[in-house]
Design a protein around this ligand. Structure first.
Ligand code: ADP
Length: 287
């Protein structure tokens, strides 16, 4: 199959309004999926997930054997509230060995974090060589919520686009493959998911009244996302938009995206730097 990433890669004139969150680009027809594409996609995620686990093990093994050549992968996940970041992490990133994952969620900055540059807390959370890092929200909040809620003046947030591009270029140069994904849900789907949290007492803890304040600013958020996607979409750190109203499609697409990212790295298991036969003979001789 050709590289599917082009299905989701944004261009300079990205228009979120033109990307249907319920669409399923790249999904094979019923001849392949059978009558239930959802079931098929879930099975595919498991199958591809096993490949992701192998790739991640090779990443880890290479960094262990040759630390100076070790690489890492960083998946940046952004979405509106209820966009499915948690579900995507559980179902897709969760196919890999937890020991090789470094997952970090970014909430409102602490008083200490606010005393530093916005990238300070991000730098501290970067995955070491051999690891797959996942950011559940990220430095992009500093040009999203900060912009929409006017937490800082434009003179502060606007220069951040360039700072982010410089930062991500250096990251890539230092051996971190950066993949940035926006899970794109519709306003109607968000309403549905928020309502589910309110009608089910077991989900009440997940509902935050502030989510409705953010929802009221939907258009402002879409505009802020659009500018971030268009301005910070570099070859060093590309942005992808995955239609995410259908959870099974979202996971399927993310699994493909990650597999293609790993494939680029051409990972292999490291060769032994000792005489395997001699070591085997030693062990065989030992009782
Ligand atoms: P999530 O919604 O991702 O599951 P939370 O409910 O803890 O997790 O929400 C995290 C909150 O932190 C979001 O409202 C987000 O806008 C906010 N946040 C993250 N980064 C920043 C930031 N740099 N400045 C202000 N708020 C931020």
């Amino acid at each position: 199959m050709s590289d599917m990433r082009s299905l989701w890669r944004v261009g300079p004139d990205v228009d979120l309004g033109a990307i249907d969150p319920r669409s399923t680009p790249g999904l094979p027809g019923r001849k392949v999926t059978g009558d239930d594409p959802k079931l098929w996609a879930r099975a595919e995620v498991e199958r591809i997930g096993a490949e992701l686990a192998t790739q991640q093990e090779m990443l880890f093994a290479q960094a262990t054997v040759e630390p100076q050549l070790g690489r890492s992968v960083l998946l940046v996940l952004q979405a509106m509230d209820c966009g499915g970041k948690d579900g995507a992490i559980k179902r897709v990133a969760g196919t890999m060995d937890p020991l090789g994952l470094q997952i970090k969620a970014f909430g409102p900055p602490t008083p200490e974090e606010l005393q530093h540059d916005f990238l300070w807390r991000i730098r501290k959370a970067l995955p070491p060589a051999g690891y797959v890092g996942v950011f559940n929200r990220s430095h992009y909040e500093d040009v999203l919520v900060v912009r929409v809620n006017e937490l800082a003046p434009e003179s502060v947030w606007r220069p951040r686009y360039k700072k982010i591009n410089d930062f991500e270029r250096k990251l890539a140069g230092a051996g971190t493959t950066v993949v940035k994904v926006m899970l794109h849900i519709s306003r109607a789907e968000q309403r549905e998911r928020l309502m589910q949290r309110l009608v089910n007492p077991d989900k009440h803890w997940k509902f935050n009244p502030a989510d409705l304040d953010a929802r009221a600013k939907w258009d402002d958020y879409q505009a802020a996302y659009t500018e971030a996607l268009a301005t910070c979409n570099t070859d060093d750190a590309p942005w992808y938009v995955l239609p995410a109203d259908r959870k099974w499609y979202r996971d399927w697409a993310l699994a493909h995206l990650l597999r293609a990212t790993f494939t680029d790295l051409k990972l292999t298991y490291p060769q032994a730097d000792y005489d395997v036969t001699a070591q085997r003979s030693r062990l065989e001789a030992d009782g």
